[in-house]
Structure formats: C-alpha cells, structure tokens
Design a protein around this ligand. Structure first.
Ligand code: ADP
Ligand code: MG
Length: 313
C-alpha cells in the first residue's frame, strides 16, 4: 500500500495545474498554493463536504463520487456567476484502495478539465470516507450574483428540469429501473457554470438548487425580503414525480430578473446552450411564497425541501 505522499503524487498530481494559466504560481507540493488574482476581479470561495451514505449511496461508484464532489462546488460557483479556477481536495479515506482512488480521480479530473479547473492542493487523512472540496473562482468586480437582489415585479426562472434527481432516488429506493437521463441527473449532476456566467448583470438574484426548488427559492425570498407566486404547473414534468419536484439534488440555477430583461436573458441562456423555464413572479414581502401545483394554490412551507438537521434522516 503506497504512503500518503506516493498516493497524492500518483492520483492527485494534476497535470493540468502546470498548464493552467500562469496565475497559479505554485500548486501541489508545497505547504500552500500561490496564485495571482486577475486585476479587476473579485475572488469567490466556495466549499462543500460529501459524507458517504448521506450525500451519495454507500455503494455509489467512485467515479460518480469524484464527479459529484467537484460538481456540487461548481454549482455554488455557478450560482455566484463566477468562473471557477482552482480546486482544493480534502480527502478522508478508510483505506488506500488503488482501484477506488483511480476511479475517483478519473471522475474528479474529467469534470475539472471540462471547466479548466486546476487541482491546486488539499489534504489526505485516514478515517471514515469524507470528501471536502474548496473552489476558488473569479468574477469581474461588482458582478457577483447574490440571493439578495430580487425586486417586486421580477420574474422567477429555473434552468433545466428540477425533480429529475429526486425522481431517480425514488425509483432506486423502490428497486425500479431508472431511465438514463434521470440516473445521470442524480449521480452525475451537470453544474450550470456557463449559465451562471451568462446571467451576470442580468439576474437580480440567483441560487443553486441543492435542497429543493421551493426551499432554495425561499432563501432568495428571505434574503431579498420579498414574497412570490410560483407556478409549478409551468415546469417541465416529463417523467418527473410530483413528490420529487421540490426535493433536493437538482443543481439547477433558480434566478430572478426584471421583465424588461427577458429578451436579454433569452439570448444569454440560449447562447450558453441552457434551457430554462419562467415559473413565477416576485411580489411584496407581505405575501408569503405560494406555489400553484396541479391547479391548487399551496403555501411554500407545505412543500418541503431537504434540511440536514431538521430531517434527521
Ligand atoms: P502538510 O503536511 O504541509 O500539510 P501535506 O503532506 O498534507 O502537507 O500535503 C503535501 C502537498 O500535497 C500539499 O501541497 C497539499 O496541498 C497536497 N495535497 C495533499 N493531499 C492532497 C489531495 N488529496 N489532493 C490534492 N493535493 C493534495
Ligand atoms: Mg505543511
């Protein structure tokens, strides 16, 4: 079994790090990474931890776990409208399993290459499987998307098809066959990085949907001090279970924008190759967030999402 340093060299010495833009002055191998921020840009930092059995099934393939560990962080970066640049990988492993590491590293690096992200450092320790990734990214100063800018009269939209991942989870629990595109949405989520960048200067607020569409939109409503009338009947529902519509793991972007910018939003997202659906409007804070579902008006609070501490599951 290789030692820690051999393991890092073999599986995580990132060949892309040396070919990344010259702003990464020192990557893996020293006590810290050194990088030069792009003048005129703000630096964005996001971090997310995956725990076996909680964020992915215990027996999920290691390549899918590697993909997911990076994807959930890229999704946070996307929600900020930021361009991801460097990743840091903190791995806690029960054992040094070569086959597992090879597959994990493949899943991680395939997605990293796709987004020109260089692995610039990390930490490797022994213990119950736990994977924490930190990403550094950039946006032109003043153009980061946040949760707090939604205004009364704005429209509410979401990328892609929320509910696919949770539908796959339901089918998996029931031991049923999972259609390929649902399985991909569940185990190989596609972070909407280009869409987030395209929304700079256009979206008034943005969040990535990790806990559930309504639960996450509620964070925009709270941060922006607004209410909303959402219409779930407007969402694409092909093969998506009603109960799954508002559950977690979509990694889509939910955003708001001024109606006057509708054409620019259309052009920006079409340019980014991103489908999206407008499904609501922002109203004054006095009115709680409500959702029309199957022709019935429901309070958002009835349509739960995922809360790690509340659910207890
Ligand atoms: P230190 O003992 O100084 O904390 P480490 O032995 O933990 O250093 O790490 C040595 C180098 O390898 C550092 O540059 C660190 O960033 C990098 N590294 C350690 N683990 C990983 C990992 N899982 N992925 C990427 N880089 C790693
Ligand atoms: Mg050190």
């Amino acid at each position: 079994m290789p030692g820690e340093f051999e393991l890092i060299r073999k599986w995580f010495a990132d060949p892309a790090a040396s070919t990344a833009d010259a702003s990464l002055q020192l990557g893996i191998g020293d006590d810290g990474a050194v990088f030069a921020p792009t003048p005129g840009c703000s630096q964005i930092v996001v971090t997310d931890t995956l725990v076996a059995g909680r964020h992915f099934p215990d027996d999920a393939g290691p390549a899918a776990i590697g993909h997911r560990a990076l994807a959930v962080n890229l999704s946070d970066m996307a929600a900020m409208g930021a361009r991801p640049k460097y990743a840091f990988l903190n791995l806690t492993l029960p054992e040094s399993d070569e086959a597992w590491l090879g597959e994990f590293s493949r899943g991680f690096f395939e997605l990293a290459r796709e987004h020109h992200v260089a692995l610039a450092g990390g930490d490797t320790t022994r213990g119950p499987l736990n994977i924490a990734v930190t990403l550094l990214g950039e946006v032109p100063e003043g153009s980061a998307l946040t949760r707090s800018g939604a205004c009364v009269g704005d429209l509410v939209a979401v990328t892609g098809r929320p509910g696919r991942a949770a539908t796959a989870l339901v089918l998996w629990r029931e031991g049923k066959a999972i259609p390929e595109e649902l399985n991909k949405a569940w185990l190989w989520p596609t972070p909407r990085v280009e869409a987030g960048i395209a929304l700079r200067g256009l979206a008034t607020a943005c969040i990535d949907v990790s806990d559930g569409l309504v639960a996450d939109f509620a964070h925009i409503a709270a941060a922006s001090d607004v209410g909303a009338r959402l219409d779930a009947d407007a969402l694409p529902r092909d093969g998506i279970d009603t109960d799954a519509l508002f559950r977690g793991d979509d990694y889509e972007l939910c955003f708001t924008f001024a109606p006057a910018d509708a054409d620019r939003i259309e052009a920006a997202l079409t340019g980014a190759g991103q489908e999206y659906t407008v499904f609501g409007e922002v109203v004054a804070a006095g009115e709680a967030v409500s959702v029309q579902l199957d022709g019935e008006q429901r309070a958002a609070a009835e349509l739960g999402g995922w809360d790690h501490f509340q659910d207890g599951s």
